[in-house]
Each structure stands twice: as structure tokens, then as C-alpha cells.
Design a protein around this ligand. Sequence first.
Ligand SMILES: [Zn+2]
Length: 380
Amino acid sequence: MWQMVSEVRTTLGHQTLPSDVARSTTRTGNRRPHGALARMKRREAAKDLTARILCAAGVPTLARRQMRGRLAILNFHGVETKPLSPPCHYVIDTATLRRELEFVRGHFQVLPLEEALERLRAGTLPDHAAALTFDDGTRNLATHAAPALRDLGLPAAFFLATGPMGTGEALWPDRLWLAFARAKVSEIDLTAIGHGTRSLRSAADRGAACGAAVGHLKELSDGQRMAQVESIVATLGAEFDAYGGPFQMLCWDEARALASEGSVTLHPHTVTHPILSRCPDQKVEYEISESCSTLDRETGHAPAIFAYPNGRRADFDERAKAALRRNGIRWALSTTRGLAHRDSDPLALPRIVIMGNFSHARFKLHVSGTVPSRPLNPWR
Ligand SMILES: [Zn+2]
């Protein structure tokens, strides 16, 4: 059984994201991306079939028996009524979220995040311990995630990028998604960032082009990244504010109302959601200290837990950890995949990122710790 698991874990461990499509395209062609999309769909179908076979063989149940003393920290982002078009796999639809939360409630002991981290440190975690986190702070967490959590009696930690809260502005990856989704042009020249001319004729084309752009921009210095965002948005010529859309942010009254119910806690996730390792020293300090002090001021509680934007191991460094310590942060969450254990670095704790395009079988394998630890690039 476990030999079979190890063979298929490698396959399941790779998440096919729009940026994967981008990497397999030519610099100038609009033909190969369609082939890449077809290959991506075939890979996704193969992963789903493999996952269903493993679930039928009882692998998630066996894996959860190995979880003693470990903590599964699940990570969601925004929640919408239906999957977005163009595709945006870090946003999950409400029916899928409810199905996944019901599975978690039935198979794990879900704890409030800070209690879970205290008990992880003390070695007093219950068996099958889990905690729920939602990153970024879009308004749909109040309208779509919170009702599901409330109905199921589950606690959750919301990590807020404080800068655009209560405004019509969106975080930079979401701003790009809005611009690609609403552009009136049928193609875009992304030669400046190494991706040639990309078709925008179909929703899939737009999602793939956006994923390619976001994936590339995250590897640039912070200044270059901001300049390229402005350039791409100007080229697309279709920027609107985020009001009423999937990326409108919570305002503080809404966030405080959620926290007042008792099962939702609020935590910092920087001000503008940059890749911290790409930022100059002053900006690293500002993004962390300003978001921490804003949480303190707006909620009356000094924050103790932080989540890194994007969160891959390469996205934060010792400068960020030092700034977190100076601001009283005791735990920081990454998106490196895995289960947290007592010896995990408290300022680089792994999580299990849940994508909106997971089949239920793949979700069960991921949440049970069956998929090997490796960096995941969730766009965010
Ligand atoms: Zn984020």
C-alpha cells in the first residue's frame, strides 16, 4: 500500500496552476498555449483519478493515524458563490467550501488557531488536530465564508492585508485579475516580462495570461514588480475599482463584527501584500510594523500570529523574522506544504493550501497530510 502511495504522491504533489501553462508557452505564439491547456486538463484528470483510487483504498484514513502530535493548518483565500471566470483557483466556491469544512469537522478536532499553536508548543495537541485560516481579507469572507463557519460551529483565523481595507482598491494580484478579466483587447504583449504576445480571446486565455504575469512579477524586485503592474494595467486599459466584485476588501467595522461573534480571530498579513524577500529593508519593516500596529489599534489586541504573503520559503527571510520578533509576533505561517510539529520553526510554520479547483478526493488527501512537503505557489 505505502509503496503505491509513494509512487503517486509525486504526481499529486505538483499543483497545476496558470503559471505552469505560462512556462510551457512560446514567447510569441498563441497556438501552443491551447495545447498547454489541453495538457493541463489531462494532468488534472489523471491526478483526480489517482486521488479517487487512493481514497477508495483508505489512504487518507491511514495517513490521519500518523498525525499524532501534528497540526494541520488549512489555508483558504476568498469565497464566492460560483467559480470565477476567468479561472482564479485561489478563490473557492461556497458549495465546495461547505463540503470541505464538513469533512474537516467530521474527521479532525478543529481548534482556534492560537490555542492550537500553544498546545503544539506544549505537546498537548489532541489527535487529528486542525486549524482553519483564510488569507487576505476580501469582503466575501464575511458574506460567504463566515456563514459556513457559523453553521458548522468552526473557529477560523482571518489574515488581513490592511492597506486597501475599506477602500475600492484591490491587492495587486487581484487588481491584475480584474484588469485581465475586464480588458476589451483580444491580446496583450507581455514581451517585457518574457511571455510574448498572449491571447485574451477566451476566459481560459485570460486566466492563463494573468497567471503567467503574476507568476513572473513575484520573482522581480519590489520596485520592478510595482512598475510592471502599472504598465500591464495601463496596457489592458480596463481598470475599475473593486467595489461589488470578488476582491473588494472588508472594512474594519465588518471585520470587527466578525470577531465579535467569538469564533473568528483577526491577524496581520502585511499592508500591501508584497513579496517580503524582494523588498528593501525599510519596506520589510514598514509592511510588518504598520500591519501589526493597525491590528492592535483597530481590534484592541496586540497580534501574536502573522501570515507571509505568498508564503513560499523563498518569499520571506531573516529580515522579516527579525521584524516580526520586534513587533511581538510569536508565530508566522508560510505556505510551505506540510503538517506543523513541535520542532517546526515557529516563524515558518507549514500550512496546507486549499485550491478552489481541487476535487474532493484530492482535498481529502491533502488535508490528511498525504501529499509530500514541497513549496506551493498559490499566486498569493
Ligand atoms: Zn495573501
